[in-house]
Design a protein around this ligand. Structure first.
Ligand code: CO
Length: 295
């Protein structure tokens, strides 16, 4: 197996999103619009809201891609134009395929708003290939208890398998193109080698502690091509067929692994619409204004 090496480490920018909640965003930023097939990566919070202060993203449209929400702490409520609604609590995942169009809101739950507390989670945007951009919207709401978890034999690495496969365990979420979305928690001296097929793009986002990424795992004595990736940094991996992650000391390191098959298609994006051409973007804006975005 050829271990991938780090080709670039991106910092995060602090932004306010939706109604004004803070996010750490490695992309899209100036100079890095997307990393095919991923269009956006936002770490929401962690933010400690006072009672009555929590905010989210009120009604907004989407077309042409998927939004994936993963809540780590706090509680969100969602509702949309297709009549779906529900709550997302700690550990839950919502994989929403907007397809031809959806209008939805993502807000703190009433109870969370009243009591306040820590909100922390992720939203990523996954592109759809041209042939699926106008598909009927689809929801996969997966409770924390249904997200497969697997622990390494030495007990030092835990993986929550949101999409794809890890240590022989497969995700329950179905994706339109091959995607891996894995949340690793590494204890000191923990290491993991994850297979990622050559040709897929692969990203590692560290959000607690620090990890070493690249070939020549601890004790191997091989060529030192390891790069340290710290809290709030995104490692963009070069090609290969595996990724090696290790964590040496300190507290638990938390990392999201994202990998996917690139669509290889042109990206035209305007806010919440992501299509292939400017003409399709104009169509989406017209459809939204005419009230025909949603079937
Ligand atoms: Co949204």
């Amino acid at each position: 197996m050829v271990a991938r090496t780090v080709s670039e480490v991106l910092p995060t920018e602090q932004k306010l999103e939706g109604g004004g909640f803070p996010v750490r965003r490695p992309f899209p930023i100036a100079g890095m619009s997307h990393i095919d097939p991923f269009l956006l990566l936002d770490e929401m919070g962690p933010v400690d809201w006072a009672p009555g202060a929590a905010i989210g993203a009120p009604e907004h449209p989407h077309r042409g891609f998927e939004t994936v929400t993963y809540v780590l702490q706090g509680e969100m409520e969602h509702a949309d134009s297709a009549g779906n609604s529900g709550k997302l609590s700690a550990g839950d995942v919502q994989w929403m395929t907007a397809g031809r169009g959806i209008i939805h809101s993502e807000l703190p739950s009433e109870e969370f708003l009243r009591t306040g507390g820590v909100m922390h989670g992720f939203q990523i945007w996954v592109n759809l290939p041209a042939k699926d951009k106008m598909m009927a919207p689809r929801y996969q709401d997966i409770q924390s208890s249904e997200i497969p978890e697997v622990v390494s034999d030495d007990g030092l690495v835990k993986a929550r398998v949101i999409a794809g496969e890890c240590m022989g365990v497969s995700a329950v979420i179905d994706t339109m193109i091959p995607i891996s979305y894995i949340h690793f928690s590494l204890q000191p001296r923990g290491e993991i080698c994850q297979e990622i097929p050559s040709g897929q793009n692969c990203l590692l986002y560290c959000f607690a502690g620090a990890i070493s990424v690249g070939s020549g795992g601890s004790g191997s004595g091989g060529a030192a091509e390891q790069v340290e990736v710290g809290d709030g940094q995104l490692a963009v991996m070069g090609d290969g067929d595996s990724v090696e992650i290790s964590h040496f000391d300190g507290d638990v390191a938390e990392v999201l692994l994202l990998a996917g098959e690139p669509t290889g298609e042109p990206v035209a994006r305007y806010g919440p619409f992501v299509m292939n051409t400017q003409r399709e973007i104009m169509q989406a804006i017209n459809d939204f204004q005419n009230g025909t975005l949603v079937a």
